[in-house]
Design a protein around this ligand. Sequence first.
Ligand SMILES: Nc1ncnc2c1ncn2[C@@H]1O[C@H](COP(=O)(O)OP(=O)(O)OP(=O)(O)O)[C@@H](O)[C@H]1O
Ligand SMILES: O=P(O)(O)OC[C@H]1O[C@H](OP(=O)(O)OP(=O)(O)O)[C@H](O)[C@@H]1O
Ligand SMILES: [Mg+2]
Length: 406
Amino acid sequence: MSTSSMSMTLLQFCFQQCPSPSLSLFSPSSSNSSVATTKPAAVTCCVSQSQFQSQVSVGNGNVDSRVSERTEIRLGLPSKGRMASDTLDLLKDCQLSVRQVNPRQYVAQIPQISNLEVWFQRPKDIVRKLLSSDLDLGIVGFDTLSEYGQGNEDLIIVHNALEYGDCHLSLAIPKYGIFENINSLRELAQMPQWTAEKPLRVATGFSYLGPKFMKDNGLKHVVFSTADGALEAAPAMGIADAILDLVSSGTTLRENNLKEIEGGIVLESQAVLVASRKSLMQRKGVLDTTHEILERLEAHLRAMGQFMVTANMRGSNAEEVAERILNQTSLSGLQGPTISPVFCKRDGKVTADYYAIVICVPKKALYKSVQQLRAIGGSGVLISPLTYIFDEETPRWHELLSKLGL
Ligand SMILES: Nc1ncnc2c1ncn2[C@@H]1O[C@H](COP(=O)(O)OP(=O)(O)OP(=O)(O)O)[C@@H](O)[C@H]1O
Ligand SMILES: O=P(O)(O)OC[C@H]1O[C@H](OP(=O)(O)OP(=O)(O)O)[C@H](O)[C@@H]1O
Ligand SMILES: [Mg+2]
């Protein structure tokens, strides 16, 4: 990227950071400041274009966004927080155990994949470092990706549902006082209390997504304050009227007398595998490594949702048994049942009166499947867990190639 186009990127970031005038950010301790505190990739702070010329930029990584000369491929994993151990567990289940000599060492290896370095970073820094080409791949929550990636097209989601870190980003208000009968975003927006002089005060750690959500939903007269944790205390402390934060079980909201409202969900989140488009296209080996990681993740996650069921069925031939099975909605398996004759010797003759069937059934449909099997003469039903299901090719791989125009 040329120096002038780099400046454009910095400028665009800076302007995206600036909430619209009626959606300003404030700090509870300095009520008149309107400074964006979140700094993706390489940003200074919210300044006008003329001011910008004289600013010195502060980057979070490689400010020059060209793909550097290094030959190792880098995967960023969360170094702390609730995502950290679940991420390592998932990789281990995919036979991609991370070998970390000691917990304070931020670089590690996955011996199964040569030329891959694992770097432990805070989730938000994983996103920033993907943008600055200091990482090629990363695993983070979709919320973090959306907040710090800000829709940047260089970030490509390779796997959008790693099935942990489930939560949603939601607006919450007190259950009491002037909010007692407010149950939707529309009702909140129509409250006469919010004026240009006395806007709705929202505390959040999501200073990009928060203002964007309010603007997209047409809410005027809103100001945001930022805080790093325990946001749920802000309304009771009188610091904010509402909060915008992650919710999973809902316990923290409940315990702090807060409620979610209809239309107040900004996004649903879970862990995702994300890659830098530049790395995929330009760095040798990244596409192949991504393919391998994706295949292992898909095979494992697909298997997690299924049981392998075997049973014996009396029948005159394999087709007749197949016919009975395929007439049952819960028994069609992944690509139809596997049926093999069970031979026994009767009166000196080898015959097959029984057939062994093997099918995969969704975990959720297990009991229904067993009932259906019994109903059509199944006996000796055995249920086993599955470790991997490798298909011919994963749909997500095709999606990735098409996003890359390959
Ligand atoms: N209550 C929750 N339940 C499930 N997942 C959550 C929850 N809160 C956050 N997450 C997911 O886990 C990610 C990391 O959250 P976590 O709170 O562990 O780290 P953090 O917020 O970055 O660190 P810290 O809270 O120490 O500042 C979030 O970005 C989100 O994707
Ligand atoms: O719906 P729940 O299951 O109650 O979870 C929601 C809480 O979890 C997160 O906080 P975290 O535990 O990360 O603490 P933090 O505020 O210090 O980040 C989030 O910020 C909420 O406060
Ligand atoms: Mg947290």
